[in-house]
Design a protein around this ligand. Structure first.
Ligand SMILES: C[S@@+](CC[C@H](N)C(=O)[O-])C[C@H]1O[C@@H](n2cnc3c(N)ncnc32)[C@H](O)[C@@H]1O
Length: 375
């Protein structure tokens, strides 16, 4: 039996939506809530240039701050904007049910998916996923993005609690490995009615309606390219400067956001096999020079978007390469600020699994918060 939820844990719309969705190295929501509350006041602007699933952005918006995130990975983008701006409940349910009308068109295609998909998903689920993948306009429509986000949450996980055969919820496994493992354990894909499965998840999110939060957004973009546009908006008086930059950049050589999320990326028009869209990140997390360049570019380009008295709060890895590179970039770009370092014990939901294809660094037992304040 699972542990009882603390009383009131899901008693507000905000608390029901905040958890969308499972994302590698995500901030715990309580941590984001604390940082936003400590360093900003209502009405302030908050920036996260490595926004992930938008934990900090949602937390800021829920506390009456206006928040701007940038995230290069579409999985993070879909999660973040689904919870910041969900579609109307009735329209979301109606749209979900209408997907069933197009499912027969995808029956043949569902039969022709690579073997992994046949071992992972029952035939009806495959048809549903292909229909949703072909039909839902997650870039443009709030309604479609809400459905897509809730499909992504349940796309893989425990057998019976997700749409898939037994799998981790946070990171996708390699296809050949999974197929062998399921065969050894005699595990077949669960026979699920995908529409009623997702409908139940939608009903749960909307029990208290939509979150009541300040207008905020996460852009699907590379921060190096997007930050100069935000700076131009500020120069032209279309935006105010941010009072807090709170973020967690990718850690050096720890994970690969394309490989570990390949099934969710496949749902968002990605390839049918992992590791085929490596260009999104251009090896920036596995080559130290490129990693340094990424951090320096992002922190430099964030500077004109920040108020002179802004706080910069960076949560990062305690391992040497990431920590030294991050500290060096911040000291170089923000010499006018004081830097404090806090060791934070690692919370279970952020435990990094070593990068699985060689060169795995030792697991750390803590993370480091670098906090830059005006002198
Ligand atoms: C440690 S995760 C952030 C997780 C986030 N704090 C959360 O709660 O979900 C780092 C994120 O940076 C993103 N990223 C890496 N390079 C980027 C870039 N150039 N522009 C925008 N986002 C980037 C990755 O896709 C990843 O989602």
């Amino acid at each position: 039996m699972s542990a009882p939820q603390p009383l009131g844990k899901y008693s507000t719309a905000e608390s029901r939506w905040a958890g969308i969705g499972p994302y590698y190295a995500m901030f715990p929501t309580a941590f984001a809530d604390e940082v936003v509350a400590e360093y900003t006041k209502p009405g302030d602007i908050v920036l996260d240039p490595f926004a992930g699933r938008g934990t900090a952005i949602f937390s800021a918006a829920a506390q009456g701050r206006q928040a701007i995130g940038i995230e290069i990975n579409p999985v993070g983008y879909v999660y973040a904007n689904a919870k910041l701006k969900p579609g109307e409940h009735g329209s979301v349910i109606q749209r979900l049910h209408r997907l069933s009308e197009s499912m027969p068109i995808h029956r043949e295609m569902a039969k022709n998916l690579p073997p992994f998909f046949h071992h992972c998903y029952a035939p009806k689920v495959r048809e549903f996923l292909l229909t949703a993948r072909a039909t839902l306009n997650w870039r443009k429509s709030k309604i479609d993005r809400t459905i897509m986000a809730l499909i992504l949450v349940s796309l893989h996980g425990k057998r019976g609690q997700s749409l898939s055969n037994q799998m981790r919820q946070m990171t996708a496994m390699a296809p050949d490995y999974s197929v062998r493992w399921w065969a050894e354990k005699n595990l077949t894909p669960p026979d699920i009615d995908p529409i009623s499965f997702i409908a139940k998840r939608i009903e749960w999110r909307y029990v208290h309606g939509k979150p009541r939060i300040a207008d905020s957004t996460v852009y699907l973009h590379d921060s190096i390219k997007k930050l100069p546009y935000l700076a131009r908006d500020i120069q032209e008086n279309r935006r105010h400067k941010a009072k807090l930059l709170v973020t967690s950049p990718p850690y050096y050589n720890v994970t690969n956001y394309s490989y570990d999320q390949w099934i969710r990326l496949w749902m968002l028009d990605g390839p049918e096999h992992p590791g085929k869209d490596g260009n999104r990140y251009g090896g920036k997390f596995s080559n130290l020079d490129r990693y340094r360049h990424l951090l320096k570019q992002v922190f430099t380009r964030a500077k004109p978007v920040l108020a002179d008295d802004a706080i910069i709060y960076i949560r990062t890895d305690s391992r040497k390469a990431t920590l030294d590179t991050t500290r060096e970039a911040l000291l170089e770009i923000y010499p006018e600020k004081s830097v404090a370092e806090r060791r934070r014990p690692l919370e279970p939901e952020r435990q990094p699994k070593p990068y699985s294809r060689g060169g795995a660094p030792k697991k750390p037992n803590c993370e480091i918060d670098l906090i830059l304040t005006p002198r």
